[in-house]
Write a protein that binds this ligand. Structure first.
Ligand code: ADP
Ligand code: MG
Length: 360
């Protein structure tokens, strides 16, 4: 439904200091009714991408198609797209009803119809009865609900949301994440959502596009992005990862044998995406902390590397343990609290994980 083709944006100011493009050759196809999130660190080009889709910013090159129509250089109001900002951008001198009704009034929708639509949409965002309040009489969460109501009342094809929950406290943000997701499912509107918060992206999205330095590094479902990161950046940015430098030794049945940086041997499953590795090749292996377990003796049929336990940290429902390989490289292991292991510091132990949990 929406297609970005080799989209690029270089700001004038960036040219003068020879900075990289804000958005650099971004291509992606977004399906109708999809909840897609642009996820990446501050400055990676998320807002600029969104502003080009909205029509607030002209691309330097490349194009934007909505339903097959090239809208790259159309005015914002000529696109069937609305935007919700972190700052809410409500009209302070208008009450909730007028804020939500504003776009419909401009479009000269009959008053009776406006009344019906506004009351429907206020119900949808759980603000029934707030019609006459002014923005300064609302909490942050309520203001954001008004902004969302205003953005969906004219049933746009696409809603763009730029860190819309960023100003809310943690608990409210978590609650609003679910509310927004449910609202999106009810309305069937395509959502393009921007956040730097990986947990938010994993919770809400059908698919995530991970951005870095103006480029998309990987697009996939939350599960794919978390379990099969394609690049070092993605593995690092989303969740915690243990990363080892490794050298390919040989293939053995459905396994590939490797030697890691401190000289110990491990293996990975030779599934489809790893089949093109040659012996002698240097690669990076990532393993999620929760895929690892400690034991006193090596475990059979898994990877088991020798390490020294350094430190143990409680984080409520899980406990984190920092161990060290022989070369000093630190490993983080997350285990459910209550798991019984003798965690004395400076004690030798083995850390084990299944062959399939090592990702190249
Ligand atoms: P994000 O939303 O991911 O934090 P932005 O899209 O806002 O990132 O910014 C991407 C890059 O473009 C940054 O390096 C930023 O400094 C630059 N940039 C953004 N807007 C402008 C602008 N109006 N003029 C010049 N540079 C800009
Ligand atoms: Mg931004």
């Amino acid at each position: 439904m929406i297609q970005l083709i080799n989209l690029k944006k270089v700001f004038k100011e960036q040219k003068t200091v020879n900075e990289q493009a804000a958005v650099n050759d971004v291509s992606i196809k977004i399906k109708k009714g999809e909840f897609i999130t642009l996820l990446g660190p501050s400055g990676c080009g998320k807002t600029t991408t969104l502003r080009m889709i909205a029509g607030f910013e002209e691309p330097s090159s490349g194009s934007i198609l909505i339903d097959g129509q090239d809208v790259s250089y159309k005015q914002p109001h000529e696109r069937d797209v609305n935007t919700v900002f972190q700052s809410y951008a409500l009209f302070p001198h208008m009450n909730v009803y007028s804020n939500v009704a504003f776009g419909l009034k401009i479009k000269k929708v009959p008053n009776e119809e406006i009344k019906k639509k506004v009351s429907e949409v206020l119900k949808l965002v759980q603000l029934e009865g707030y019609d006459l309040r002014y923005p300064n009489q609302l909490s942050g969460g309520q203001k954001q609900r008004v902004a969302i109501a205003r953005a969906v009342v004219n049933s746009p094809k696409v809603l763009l949301l730029d860190e819309p929950l960023g100003a809310l406290d943690l608990k409210l943000r978590k609650q609003m994440q679910f509310e927004l997701k449910h609202l999106q499912q009810k309305l069937g509107i395509t959502f393009i959502y921007v956040t730097h918060d990986q947990e938010e992206a994993l919770t809400m999205s059908d698919r995530i596009a991970v951005m870095n330095n103006g480029k998309i590094e990987q697009v996939g479902t939350p599960d794919e992005i978390y379990e099969k990161p394609h690049t070092k950046f993605v593995a690092d940015f989303i969740g915690e990862s243990n990363m080892f430098e490794a050298k390919v030794k040989n293939y053995q049945g459905d396994l590939i044998n490797l030697v890691i940086e401190d000289g110990q041997d491990i293996s990975i499953k030779a599934d489809a995406e790893k089949k093109d590795l040659c012996s002698g090749e240097n690669i990076l292996i990532t393993i999620r902390p929760e895929r690892m377990k400690f034991s006193k003796t090596p475990e059979k049929g898994k990877n088991s590397v020798c390490c020294t336990i350094k430190e143990r940290v409680y984080i409520g429902s899980i406990q984190k343990t920092i161990a060290q390989l022989k070369n000093g490289k630190e490993i983080t292991v997350s285990e459910p609290a209550g798991y019984v292991f003798d965690y004395n510091n400076n004690k030798d132990a083995f850390v084990s994980w299944e062959y399939e949990h090592g990702v190249v």
